[in-house]
Design a protein around this ligand. Structure first.
Ligand code: C2E
Ligand code: CA
Ligand code: CA
Length: 793
């Protein structure tokens, strides 16, 4: 049934497919995280994570390394710095006696003191028999060249008796000392670091390892230099220990920043380095890649299981971050490696921000271009389509009975109803995009070989709606009307508006489908004028009532009139009631007009009665008005408050008018009948009224339509029809009026058939109130021969 359309979504209101967005977010996240890791902008975060890990992995020092501090107390008790070297000699002797395994000095011995003092220290070193390590350090050359740097050694007399170890440490980018070398090569001479010597560990001279900040440096047993020298210590506890001697007093300088412990004396860093090597936690630094790779993999897995739409879930994100962090934590605890987290976390953050942004944009787009009830694109989306200029058919489907359906369904069910209608429309338009362009309108493009073929397709498609829709336990029948338009697809709005117009017209005229044409548009302009101007016209006196006489054959007199409305617009001239009455009926604006006519008629009846001529008068009533309380009440009130007798009034009801609620209509008619008002069936013969219908509404008169009367002279069929109608009506006691009698031949024929009343130009044209009064009330000229056919209104 649907055209074989290749059209897919050419509307620019559609976002790129989700996977493309995901790919873009992925690329952005990867780029940002890699860039950060190269620029080092993640370092502060990295240190922060490191501190947390160190805190959690915190452990005490080995207890194998003792620290002998040149602290403030020692400086105070002993001499001013620099001390005589004999102090160091005493220290070495004391420790040697206590049976320590190794004594490492982190004190500069590169310049001579007095010969005696130097000799005393040298002798003590000799007594210690190679247990002592003295420091060397690199002196940067003035040019800054590494190879040109010179090594600062202890004076010769001392270095002959000791091992040498380098003490240089290198603060990193952050200014903090986080790594430590196994040794140093200065001026081509390789030298192990004192940390490596203390730990008795080997490593490439040029390689560095990361200091293990999870070792609590406060747990390294520490003693004041002065206490040792003066023998205030438990010598037994020093048995087999390694001792490092250095300055911790603030005034001695030699301080470094660390990530976890803040500013610490250099000697503690040396001790920490040794502890790190002894704990076996001088781990490889694996950089950001393993964790970044893990983050990507885990996100991929989460996405796989959660479905794209539901990502990111708060809990999942927390779990993911925690998981990655735990891995890095355990990697350090179980001495596997140091893993950088910042790029991985940044990747996750950018990824999630990207997801949110995408979700936000998608939601924005959905709200703007999609209908919530049906999920189909809306009018804004339809308008955003690019014009192709290629010939196209556009179809608009309108639910003609939408208002009625809404009034019986609640809000939720109405949305469901619209959804169900959309589903059926989708069935008609196939793989072509369906747009909901109005409350009760859907629109789509359609391919077809010819307009006729399209019409056939639509006709067939319309049958899809013959079976009722089931909504909220109710079955509702949607009446769909289709508006069709053909043209180059360059202006979506123009085409859809035309199709909408055609669909509206189709639904008003009760046809299944209608092609758009220009007269439809003209009609619309006219309707718009009528709708917008009529209320004013009624007030400003542009609208008036004329009267056309009704002649009674039996009495040979004019016994009444029919009131007909006239509108003479200063802007566009006279407008026929045949034009504006249907428009007002359609737009529910007929009530004020009818009441206006009724008031005039009541006034005229009075006037005629006072003038001594009691005539009846008919008013045309639109059938739906009888279902409206306000109208019925007001009309009754008007009749009651007038002095004219109700029995002089006849309401003319068009036979073809659809009586929507016969019960209510019959009740209203009954109420009018109580006041003596008669009911006449207008345009009889054009509809399908049965006689029982006449009975149901207790009509007392029928008016045979002009189209039959005009042809009775020439058409035998019409003669038979008119004659039998008169006979049947009489059999039911109903009076017969013939309308549109224009000549004497017709008049005579009707007289012969037994017709009761004659109306038409042969009797008289509709006249203004005054003219009618002159011609038919005052002059009392009753016979058709005396008719006043001069002033036709
Ligand atoms: P209708 O009720 O069938 O009115 C009769 C129409 O036939 C009137 O047209 C009248 O001028 C015209 N007519 C009368 N005798 C002859 C004749 O011998 N020959 C020809 N050719 N025409 C004749 P008009 O006034 O243009 O009204 C058109 C229709 O507008 C009316 O048809 C009626 O349905 C509607 N209408 C007029 N006034 C009112 C009103 O106040 N309320 C309502 N609801 N409808 C009205
Ligand atoms: Ca009429
Ligand atoms: Ca009529």
């Amino acid at each position: 049934m649907q055209g074989k359309s290749k059209q897919v979504n050419d509307g620019s209101y559609r976002l790129l497919p989700t996977w493309m967005h995901q790919a873009a977010i992925f690329a952005a996240a990867l780029f940002v995280s890699i860039l950060t890791s190269f620029l080092g902008t993640g370092d502060p975060a990295e240190r922060f994570f490191g501190q947390i890990r160190d805190g959690l992995n915190s452990k005490p020092a080995s207890g194998e390394i003792y620290l002998v501090e040149i602290d403030a107390r020692s400086l105070k008790s002993l001499d001013k710095w620099p001390w005589p070297r004999s102090y160091h000699a005493q220290l070495v002797d004391r420790l040697n006696e206590a049976g320590v395994e190794q004594i490492v000095f982190d004190i500069d011995f590169s310049s001579r003191s007095t010969d005696a003092e130097d000799a005393a220290f040298a002798e003590a070193l000799a007594r210690a028999q190679g247990k002592v390590v003295l420091p060397t350090f690199r002196q940067p050359s003035s040019s800054g060249d590494q190879n040109a740097a010179s090594e600062n050694l202890p004076i010769e007399i001392l270095r002959e008796q000791a091992f040498l170890g380098s003490v240089n440490v290198h603060p990193g980018r952050s200014g903090q000392v986080n790594t430590y070398p196994f040794g140093a090569v200065t001026g081509g001479v390789p030298r192990p670091s004192i940390g490596a010597l203390l730990a008795q560990a080997n490593g490439g001279v040029n390689s560095v390892f990361e200091l293990d900040h999870s070792i609590e440096i406060s747990t390294i047993p520490a003693y004041s230099f002065v206490d040792i020298v003066e023998g205030r210590f438990d010598a037994a506890s020093f048995q087999g220990k390694r001792v490092i001697v250095g300055a911790t007093a603030i005034e001695m300088g030699d301080r470094y920043a660390t990530a976890r412990f803040g500013i610490v004396p250099g000697v503690l860093l040396q001790a920490l380095a040794a502890e790190t090597l002894m704990a076996g936690t001088a781990l490889a630094h694996m950089g950001p890649w393993p964790m970044l790779f893990l983050a990507i993999t885990l996100i991929a897995i989460f996405c796989r299981f959660q479905g794209r739409e539901s990502w990111p879930k708060g809990a999942a994100t927390v779990l993911l971050v925690l998981m990655i962090f735990m891995i890095s934590l355990f990697a350090e605890r179980y001495r596997y490696a140091h893993l950088d987290l910042a790029p991985a976390f940044l990747f996750i953050a950018v990824w999630i921000a990207g997801q949110y942004l995408m979700g936000f944009l998608r939601r924005l787009n959905r709200e703007r271009y999609f209908d919530t009830a049906t999920g189909h694109p809306n009018l804004a989306a339809w308008l955003r389509q690019k014009g192709t200029g290629k010939p196209a058919y556009v179809v608009v489907a309108e639910v003609a009975n939408f208002g009625e359906i809404l009034s019986i369904l609640g809000e939720d069910d109405s949305a469901r109803f619209v959804g169900a209608v959309a589903d059926r429309c989708k069935f008609i338009c196939g793989d072509v995009e369906l747009y909901r362009i109005g409350r009760n309108q859907f629109c789509w493009k359609m391919d077809s070989e010819s307009p006729q073929a399209l019409e056939n397709q639509i006709e067939a498609a319309g049958r899809v709606f013959n079976s009722p829709l089931h909504v909220g336990g109710r079955s509702v029948r949607a009446t769909l009307c289709f508006g069709l338009v053909e043209g180059p697809f360059s202006d979506p709005l123009g085409l859809s508006s035309k199709a909408v117009l055609a669909a509206q017209r189709a639904s008003r005229t009760g046809v299944r489908s209608l092609w758009h044409n220009e007269s439809l548009a003209d009609d619309t302009t006219q309707s718009l004028f009528i709708v917008s101007e009529f209320a004013n016209a009624l007030e400003s006196g542009e609208v008036s009532v004329v009267y056309q006489p009704k002649f009674s054959i039996a009495s040979g007199r004019v016994t009444g009139a029919e009131a007909l409305v006239r509108w003479n617009s200063p802007a566009i001239g006279p407008i026929s009631p045949a034009v504006f009455v249907p428009v007002l009926e359609r737009e529910n604006l007929i009530e004020p007009l009818t009441l206006f006519v009724l008031r005039r008629v009541i006034a005229s009846l009075e006037e005629w009665h006072i003038a001594g001529r009691t005539l009846g008068c008919a008013v045309n009533i639109s059938a739906p008005l009888l279902g409206r309380d306000t109208f019925v009440e007001t009309a009754l009130e008007i009749v009651r408050s007038g002095r004219a007798n109700g029995s002089l009034l006849t309401f003319e009801l068009t036979e073809t008018a659809v009586v929507t609620s016969p019960d209510i209509t019959a009740a209203s008619i009954g109420r009018f009948a109580e006041l003596g008002i008669h009911l006449s069936i207008d345009d009889f013969g054009t509809g399908q009224s049965t006689l029982s219908y006449l009975k149901d509404f207790s009509a007392s008169e029928i008016k045979i339509d002009q189209s039959f009367i005009r042809l009775i002279a020439s058409s035998n069929a019409n003669r038979i029809m008119v004659r039998s109608t008169i006979e049947m009506a009489h059999a039911l006691g109903i009076t017969v009026v013939a309308e549109g009698v224009e000549d004497e031949i017709t008049f005579n024929m009707l007289e012969e058939f037994g017709c009761d009343m004659i109306q038409g130009w042969h009797i008289g044209r509709p006249l203004t109130g005054e003219a009618f009064f002159e011609s038919w009330v005052r002059r009392k000229t009753d016979s058709p021969e005396n008719k006043a056919d001069t002033a036709a209104a």
